[in-house]
Design a protein around this ligand. Structure first.
Ligand code: ATP
Ligand code: MG
Length: 438
């Protein structure tokens, strides 16, 4: 992408209304713009990050055997009356009336809709277990939307729902998702710690929140220092219910603690390995039994001919919140430092002198070669001073910066900078190309 034809409104100053670093940087780096309280337009660069996060989430859901579908944002109030949540939900639900005076709402979540869909499609034990998911915008009329996309009113969520014949099956589905979540966040270059959680208004008896540690986080967390090391998920067989159960309960029992569940005995055993921090909730999973299936009259035929009410779980990931959370976890004074897997582009190519014929020919050529080899390049071909170009690249945080200027070219070299380490290297054009494509 040529920057001269892109939309990247970078700002020097930190916007006054932004309190936390990710919100400031998202505005400064031209990722989003607020269009109404808690509602954001995703500008081109921000959209690329959002899509990459979405892609990782999707791949790991698919890998865990979940099946993607897409439900609408608008729902009918009657659907929510079936579960009894229409009146219970409160002012966070945005209620809308259509021209025929029918009551509608902008979905804050989709338990009711998925239960209705699956109820009408599933007949017998052959149709179960199933885990279905979608990645769709939600609306919650938060009292105090703040911190940019981290607590918006409209936000993008991946929500999955599992249906099993019994509790043992449902726990297996839950454990599969648990491991899928650890994999998902690890691929984004962050550690998300699972914490036992309250089930809240969704109801039920088993729940974990996945928390990214960051000083600006809204919740205080206690955790075992072991969580600071990566968990090896490679060999876990998610189809073997026994193994999976052992792995998950092992992880939970050994490592997690929450402030409601502080246990003096365990703390004594943990000793100085107990850590305290602030954290951002990026995912939340629940097992809630037959709460919705029962209320909404769902039943399927078991092998022995009896009728069974399926056991359900639901599994959320805050896809748009993650854009902010990843920045909270990875930045420096100059700007964002994107982990490679979610970076909007891999390389920022800087042409130091667009008025210099050789310089421009070489930079154009490098741009062609890199993009031809499938590398995602943002090419700063604007007629701007070098200093401004460096500052732009630093604030938007692409993993690599490749600088092409007349001085270096005179001795046959270009400069490659690693955004995370700050390390700079002078390389020949060919070696630079090799480094970025290897
Ligand atoms: P929170 O406790 O932060 O309000 P929640 O418990 O209400 O979140 P869930 O219903 O568990 O949220 O939703 C699943 C995920 O959606 C959360 O883990 C979070 O990452 C994300 N999420 C929830 N509310 C918002 C919001 N207002 N803005 C952005 N993301 C959100
Ligand atoms: Mg939650």
């Amino acid at each position: 992408m040529r920057l001269s034809r892109y939309l990247l409104p970078v700002a020097k100053e930190s916007p006054a209304d932004a309190q936390i670093v990710s919100h400031k940087l998202m505005l400064r780096a031209g990722l989003v713009r607020q269009t109404a309280a808690g509602i954001y337009a995703w500008l081109p660069l921000g959209l690329r990050v959002l899509r990459k996060i979405e892609k990782i989430v999707r791949e790991e859901q698919d890998r865990a055997g979940a099946v993607e579908l897409l439900m609408p944002t608008l729902q009918s109030a009657d659907l929510w009356r079936e579960s009894g949540r229409y009146d219970a939900y409160g002012p966070e639900m945005l209620r809308i009336t259509d021209r025929h005076e029918r009551e509608m709402l902008y979905g804050p979540t989709n338990e009711e809709m998925i239960t209705a869909l699956f109820r009408d499609a599933a007949r017998s034990y052959r149709d179960l277990p199933r885990t279905l998911y979608h990645i769709q915008w939600k609306f919650r009329d938060e009292v105090r939307p703040r911190f940019g996309v981290m607590r918006g009113r409209e936000f993008l969520m991946k929500d999955a729902y599992s249906f099993d014949m019994d509790e043992a099956g449902a726990r297996h589905s839950y454990n599969k998702m648990f491991v899928a979540y650890l994999r998902t966040f690890a691929r984004m270059g962050v550690r998300a710690i699972p914490m036992q959680a309250d089930t809240g208004p969704i109801g039920g008896d088993l729940s974990h929140e996945f928390i990214i540690l960051a000083p600006s986080g809204e919740s205080e967390v206690f955790y075992h220092a072991n969580w600071e090391k990566p968990v090896d998920l490679g060999a876990i067989d998610t189809e073997d219910a026994g193994v999976l159960q052992q792995v998950v309960s092992g992880l939970v029992a050994d490592y997690a603690a929450t402030d409601e569940k502080r246990d003096p005995e365990r703390e004594a055993a943990t000793g100085d390995l107990l850590r305290t921090s602030r954290g951002i909730e990026v995912g939340h999973i629940f097992y809630f039994g037959t709460k919705y299936s029962e209320a909404m009259g769902m039943a399927v035929q078991a092998k022995d001919g009896t009728s069974v009410v399926p056991h359900m779980g639901s599994y959320g990931i805050g896809v748009s919140r993650l854009v902010g959370a990843l920045i909270e976890a990875s930045h420096d004074d100059a700007g964002i430092i994107w982990p490679e897997e979610v970076a909007p582009f891999k390389v920022g190519l800087i042409n130091m002198r667009v008025d210099d014929e050789t310089c421009t020919r070489v930079a154009d050529d490098m741009y062609q070669k890199l993009t031809g080899l499938g590398v995602e390049v943002l090419y700063d071909d604007r007629d701007e001073r070098g200093g401004a170009k460096f500052a732009t690249m630093d604030v938007i945080g692409l993993p690599w910066q490749l600088v092409i200027g007349p001085k270096g070219l005179a001795s046959g070299v270009v400069e490659l900078k690693n955004r995370r380490t700050g390390e700079k290297q002078e390389l020949s054009l060919d070696s630079a190309l090799e480094r970025l494509t290897g």
